[in-house]
Design a protein around this ligand. Sequence first.
Ligand code: NAP
Length: 314
Amino acid sequence: MLDLVVVGAGPAGITAALYAGRSKLKTKVFEKLGVGGQLLLTEHIENYPGIYQMKSYDWIEMVKKQLVELKSVELTEDVKVESVECKDGFFKVFYSSQGQSLKQFVETRSVIVASGAQPKRLNLPNEVSLTGRGVSYCATCDGPFFKDKEVVVIGGGDTAIEEALYLTRFAKKVTIVHRREELRATAVLKEKVTSNEKIAFKWESLPIEIIGSKKVEALKIENVKTAGNEVIPCDGIFIFVGFVPDTDFLKNLMDLDKEGYVLTDEEMMSSCDGIFACGDCRKRALKQVVTACGEGALAEYHVEKFLHNGATLG
Ligand code: NAP
């Protein structure tokens, strides 16, 4: 019987695991891809106190090293948690590993859900068929394929603007298509993006169709005020319109909001006693590495109190 299962190894899950390891809780961390979560999609960390422009990759390598040194924590990558059952005062966490169709399970006294979120799709015509053929949700991964090409970025939040700026290293032109006339992104990013000569804007415009058969050729947009259409020829389309939480495996077990984010109390406990949540899968206002780490630490602290008090599960 484990003390704790942590679902997800992004900044929130990693921090929870680090704290659990330091407290010698018998812990397993299941990560469906690789350590880092959303950080795998971004190049730098800039707004974490004490870190001046560190490469995300270096940060991930450092925390991995910290984790490996903790004897009571076992990290498993490429493992997807399929469901969680609450049974007779403990939890059964079902998971599948890549290449194995059979579901396996572990038993644990508590769970921290730090499963994060994934990029939202727009469901535009041809979006699915051209994903990987010019349509992308990750500039860090795909930017270098667009050297001296023209690309479009859809969205006006922090992610869209950071990624648009990153893409200017490769592309000869980046056009940002945003549905309003003001960016949602923070002031510092707004300043950087508006002074970048490679970046153009299409304001108050909604994407309506991705054009191309074997690869992206253009994006069709519609002006929200005039309803007029325009076709922007381009080689790549990067979509950054927010995220959806990875919480399908928790349905019917706890309260989620209408978008699927886990609702917790101040102690990070979900409506199911013994299951805690932190990071991007949890309903909260500010999604940053620093807040994810803080929540991971808090969640683990409250897990310890919960285990110590021998509370009833379910
Ligand atoms: P976001 O803040 O939710 O922004 C999504 C953007 O996409 C908004 O500009 C939104 O337009 C637009 N959008 C949404 N649905 C759309 C649709 N159907 N069609 C067209 N446009 C659509 O998402 P995000 O930028 O991914 O950021 C998520 C969270 O992570 C935020 O809390 C952000 O601050 C944080 N983050 C922080 C950093 C950092 O600190 N360096 C970096 C990245 C992300 P409207 O503006 O009109 O709603």
